[in-house]
Design a protein around this ligand. Structure first.
Ligand code: HEM
Length: 121
């Protein structure tokens, strides 16, 4: 597998589309939608797209908050985390991402769980 995950997800445009769908799915997912009531969704899409591009081997530097800071005080539960992963798989499917790439993205997101879940302070 020589191409970066970034390239295999469709580069800047592909990742933007995936993240836009992901944030829209979160906003409509009743397990987690309340978390985003006060969010600026276009700003969140932009930050999450940059995060994803930088993290998969694309150009640019992510200038948003680190994951622990971004989710501090939310005390996100395992059920909410799972709901977020479900949305990620849906978003990948909607954008016709291949099985292998879906597995890689899921693994990367899962491995970030300790910086996202149960962060109280
Ligand atoms: C591995 C999983 C996750 C990743 C990689 C992730 C990533 C991010 C990123 C990059 C930001 C933007 C930070 C910034 O604006 O500087 C963010 C913000 C946020 N995330 Fe997550 N997130 C994850 C899971 C979750 C889950 C499960 C929830 C809720 C159930 C959640 C709720 C939020 C909220 C409410 C914000 C702040 C939005 C705002 O500023 O209005 N995240 N996340």
């Amino acid at each position: 597998m020589s191409e970066s995950l970034f390239v295999r997800l469709g580069g800047n445009e592909g990742i933007k589309n995936i993240v836009n769908d992901l944030v829209d799915l979160h906003a409509g997912n009743k397990t987690i939608s309340n978390r985003f009531i006060d969010s600026d969704l276009p700003a969140l899409k932009k930050a999450a797209t940059e995060f994803f591009i930088a993290g998969t081997g694309g150009e640019g530097v992510y200038k948003g908050k680190d994951l622990k800071t971004a989710h501090r005080g939310m005390n996100i539960s395992p059920t909410e985390f799972m709901a977020g992963l479900d949305d990620a798989l849906d978003a990948l499917e909607r954008n016709n991402v291949g099985q292998r790439e879906r597995e890689e993205v899921l693994f990367v997101l899962y491995s970030m769980r300790k910086d996202v879940m149960g962060v109280c302070h």
